[in-house]
Ligand binder design. Structure first.
Ligand code: TYM
Length: 324
C-alpha cells in the first residue's frame, strides 16, 4: 500500500483529527510508502497572518511526532516544500470541469451563507487531488468529511487517463466506520469552525472543564439512560477496550448514574490514553531543530517521488518531461 494523507495546520488538533485521521496515520506507518504532510498551502485559504501560519506548522509537526508518528517509518513533510504540487495542480486544473468543484461541500456551504469564496477555496479540491496523485498513492486515511475530495481525485485521475493514456493511479479513501465522524461537545461533528472541539493537547484542568461541558439530555440521575444516543459514550468508545465499553454501557442502562460520572470516566480514559504523548510533546518542544530537520529530510524524500510522477504527467500531456 502507498499511504498518503495531509492535515491542515489551522489551529490545535482535536479529537476529531486524532481518531478520524492521525491514529490511522500511525497504524499505517511502515508500509511501502507512508507519506504524511502538513497542508500549509491549503491553510492559506483561511489563515492570513504569516506568524500564525508559521507557528501552527511547528505545532502541527510537534503534535504528530508526539502522538507517535515515527520518522523512521513514515515521511513527514510540509506541503509547500514540494513545489511540484502546485505545478500538478495547474495541469489538473486544465481538465477539471467547473461542475465538479461547484458541488464540493466547503465551497457550497460558503456560498449558501452568502460569503464570497475566493478561487483558492473553489479550487481547493484540485490541490488536494494533486497532493494525492503526485505520489501514486493507493490509500488515503481520512475522516468522512474528506471522502468527497478523494472521489474528486479519482474522477480527475480517470479523466486525465482517458485523455492522455494511463498515467495516474486511482486512490481509495481509507475510513474507519466508528471514528469517521467524531462528535464535538454539542453533538455535531467536531470541527474548529463549530467551536465545539476538544483539543488533544490540553492541560488536565482545562480538559476536564471542556469534557464537563459536553451536551447531554435531561434524563434524571436515577433513570436508565441510552448509551447509544449519548455523545459522552460515543467519545468514550474511542478510548476504551470493548470490556470497558460494556461496563459503562451497563451502568448507563441500569440507572442511578448521572452524566457527570460518565464524563469523569471519559476524562480519566483520555488522560491515561494521551498522557504519554503529552509528556513526549513537552520533551520535543525543547528541540525545535530536530523537528525542523525531520521536515526537511521528509521533503527531500517526498520530492524525489514527486519529480518522478510529475515528469510522467508533463510528458503525457505534451510538455517536456523536465523544464530545460
Ligand atoms: P483537515 O485538516 O480538516 O482534517 C484533517 C483530518 O482530520 C479528519 N477529521 C475528522 N475525522 C472524524 N471526525 C471529525 N470530527 C473530524 N474532523 C476532522 C479529516 O477528515 C481529515 O482526515 N483537505 C484536508 C487536508 C488535505 C488532505 C490532502 C487529506 C489536504 N490534502 C490529501 C488527505 C489527502 C483537510 O482539510 O483536512
Amino acid at each position: 500500500m502507498k499511504i498518503l494523507s495531509g492535515i491542515q495546520p489551522t489551529g490545535r488538533f482535536h479529537w476529531g483529527n486524532y481518531f478520524g485521521a492521525i491514529r490511522q496515520y500511525i497504524a499505517l506507518q511502515g508500509h511501502e510508502q507512508s507519506f504524511y504532510f502538513i497542508a500549509d498551502l491549503h491553510a492559506l485559504t483561511t489563515i492570513r497572518e504569516p506568524d500564525v501560519l508559521r507557528q501552527n506548522v511547528k505545532d502541527a509537526a510537534l503534535d504528530l511526532l508526539a502522538l507517535g508518528l515515527d520518522p523512521k517509518q513514515a515521511t513527514l513533510f510540509r506541503q509547500s516544500d514540494v513545489p511540484e504540487t502546485t505545478e500538478l495542480t495547474w495541469l489538473l486544473m486544465t481538465i477539471t470541469q467547473m461542475h465538479l468543484l461547484e458541488k464540493c461541500v466547503a465551497f457550497k456551504d460558503k456560498k449558501a451563507k452568502g460569503i464570497a469564496a475566493d478561487a483558492g477555496l473553489f479550487t481547493y479540491p484540485v490541490l488536494m487531488a494533486a497532493d494525492i496523485l503526485l505520489y501514486d498513492s493507493t490509500t488515503v486515511p481520512v475522516g468522512a468529511d474528506q471522502i468527497q475530495h478523494v472521489e474528486v481525485t479519482r474522477d480527475l485521475a480517470q479523466r486525465f487517463n482517458t485523455m492522455y493514456g494511463e498515467t495516474l493511479h486511482l486512490p481509495e479513501a481509507y475510513v474507519l466506520d466508528d471514528s469517521a465522524k467524531v462528535p464535538g461537545t454539542d453533538g455535531e461533528k467536531m470541527s474548529k469552525s463549530y467551536n465545539n472541539t476538544i483539543p488533544i493537547f490540553e492541560t488536565p484542568k482545562k480538559l476536564r472543564k471542556i469534557i464537563m461541558s459536553i451536551k447531554t439530555d435531561s434524563t434524571a440521575m436515577e433513570s436508565p439512560k441510552n448509551p447509544e444516543t449519548c455523545s459522552v459514550f460515543e467519545l468514550y468508545r474511542l478510548f476504551a477496550t470493548p470490556e470497558a465499553q460494556k461496563t459503562l454501557a451497563e451502568r448507563y442502562r441500569a440507572g442511578g448514574m448521572g452524566y457527570g460520572e460518565a464524563k469523569e470516566t471519559l476524562y480519566q480514559a483520555a488522560i491515561v490514553h494521551l498522557g504519554e504523548a503529552f509528556d513526549r510533546r513537552t520533551q520535543l518542544e525543547t528541540s525545535p531543530d530536530v523537528v525542523e530537520d525531520i521536515l526537511r529530510e521528509g521533503a527531500h524524500r517526498a520530492r524525489a517521488k514527486a519529480q518522478e510522477v510529475l515528469e510522467r504527467v508533463r510528458s503525457a500531456c505534451g510538455l517536456l518531461s523536465k523544464p530545460v
